[in-house]
Every structure is written in structure tokens, then in C-alpha cells.
Design a protein around this ligand. Structure first.
Ligand code: AP5
Ligand code: MG
Length: 215
């Protein structure tokens, strides 16, 4: 089963995708994570991607759609994909249809995380991840069980994203409103959109998503 998690920056897409991976063996396809890998390389593409991401603007449709196509080619038919942060424009939504058809896959649900934008800056500016395994945490909302030690891998190294500052977050939210929210009607017309209250506790959001997936 393939699903899209849709929502503005800080809505909880990554948090919920990780939980679906842990519980159902689904595969998280986060274009943000793929681009963070790309920007590590000291290449023209890496530098270009870093500049765009740090501004809060969107990377080109061609680059991200090619990344998704390449990742899907590595998945088995029985492995469900969670699209986290993709598609983000009407052009990407069109490309996804073509890519899914080419890989013989279908989209079961588009799950929209409905959130109050005022809370998102606090969520994003408090976020950090394990530098070793990538598990996500938050200064206030999701702390490691033992302070300074990752619950999942035991590492003591953590990191924060360079685009997680208030100015860039506001630009990212503007991009979401202008380019990503308008793709919802495409999926609404297909009757596959489910809305979840993303302001609920993390556990409750997970439970709501699980019930959608179980049908
Ligand atoms: P990307 O990495 O996708 O960032 P984003 O969409 O801005 O979303 P975030 O990762 O910030 O938020 P999230 O919804 O995953 O929230 P999280 O679960 O971490 O993209 C980054 C950049 O890459 C873009 O700006 C763009 O430049 C580029 N890019 C990526 N994809 C692209 C594409 N398709 N096309 C073009 N460009 C692209 O949660 C946030 C925090 O809140 C966490 O600390 C978490 O613990 C906490 N939290 C989560 N849920 C709850 C809850 N229910 N209650 C309380 N706290 C919660
Ligand atoms: Mg994310």
C-alpha cells in the first residue's frame, strides 16, 4: 500500500512516517532526506540544492521526481511506500501518477495532517535528530528516555537542521500554502484524501493514521 503524508513544515510527516516504518515495515521516501544527502556532496548539484533548501524555497520538480523514480525502482511490489514531502507541486503530482504507473503501483491514501500554523514554529525550532540513526526528537514534545542518549541506537550525538530557523520556516510555510496545498483537490476528486488532526498527541495521530490504513 502506497500513501502520501501531506502537511506543512512541522506537521509531523517525518515523525509519523518513522512510526509506520517501525510498525509495518513500510518504506519512507522523504525527498527532504534525499536532498539532505545530496547537499552533503561537494558538487555543483550539492551546492545548488543547499542554497535552495537554506532559503526555504523548493528544489526543481525534475530533480525530486527523478529521485522518487529511482527509489521506487529499488522497492519490491509488496513493500508499501510512504511519500513524505512529495509531491509538493501540481507538476510533481502529475509526475507521481506517471512514475507509479510505470512501476505498477497505486496510491491508496493521501493523509493530510491538519495543523495550526502558529504551533509549527515552536515544533520546528525545537526539533533535533540522532546524528547516527536519524531518529527524531523534540526539546519539549519528544525527549529521549535517557537524556542525551538515543532511544533507538544509544548514540550521544544529535544534530539540528540548518533550515530550522524562524525566517526560513516562514518561507517554507509560504511555499506550502502557495504550491502544495493547491494539489489537494486533485486527490479529493479521486476520493482518496483523509484528514487527521495533526495537533493531537503524537500517539493519537499515529492511531488515527493506522485506522485509515486498516480501512
Ligand atoms: P522537508 O525535509 O520535507 O521539510 P518540511 O516539509 O518543511 O517538513 P519538516 O520535515 O520540517 O516537517 P515534518 O512534517 O516532517 O515534521 P516532523 O515530523 O519532523 O523539506 C526540506 C526542504 O527540502 C524544503 O524546504 C525544500 O527546499 C526541499 N524539498 C523537500 N522535498 C521537496 C520536494 N518534493 N520538492 C521540492 N523541494 C523539496 O515534526 C516536527 C517536530 O514536531 C518534531 O520535533 C516532532 O517531534 C514534533 N512533533 C511531530 N508531531 C507532533 C505532535 N503531534 N505534537 C507535538 N509535537 C510533534
Ligand atoms: Mg520531515
Amino acid at each position: 500500500m502506497d500513501i502520501i503524508l501531506l502537511g506543512p513544515p512541522g506537521a509531523g510527516k517525518g515523525t509519523q512516517a518513522q512510526r509506520l516504518v517501525d510498525r509495518h515495515g513500510m518504506v519512507q521516501l522523504s525527498t527532504g532526506d534525499m536532498l539532505r544527502e545530496t547537499r552533503k556532496a561537494d558538487t555543483a548539484l550539492g551546492r545548488q540544492v543547499a542554497e535552495v533548501m537554506d532559503s526555504g524555497a523548493l528544489v526543481s520538480d525534475e530533480i525530486v521526481s527523478a529521485m522518487i523514480d529511482a527509489k521506487l525502482a529499488t522497492l519490491g511490489a509488496g513493500q508499501g511506500a510512504i511519500f513524505d514531502g512529495y509531491p509538493r507541486t501540481a507538476a510533481q503530482a502529475l509526475s507521481l501518477d506517471t512514475i507509479l504507473a510505470a512501476h505498477g503501483r497505486t496510491l491508496a491514501h493521501v493523509i493530510e495532517l491538519d495543523v495550526n500554523e502558529d504551533a509549527l514554529v515552536e515544533r520546528i525550532c525545537g526539533r533535533y535528530t540522532c546524528a547516527n540513526c536519524g531518529k527524531g526528537y523534540h526539546d519539549k514534545f519528544e525527549q529521549p528516555k535517557v537524556a542525551g542518549t538515543c532511544d533507538k541506537c544509544g548514540s550521544h550525538e544529535f544534530k539540528r537542521r540548518p533550515d530550522d530557523n524562524e525566517d526560513t520556516v516562514r518561507t517554507r510555510m509560504g511555499e506550502y500554502r502557495a504550491k502544495t496545498a493547491p494539489i489537494l483537490p486533485i486527490y479529493d476528486a479521486r476520493g482518496i484524501v483523509a484528514r487527521v488532526d495533526g495537533m493531537a498527541d503524537i500517539e493519537d495521530v499515529t492511531a488515527a493514521i493506522e485506522s485509515i490504513i486498516k480501512g
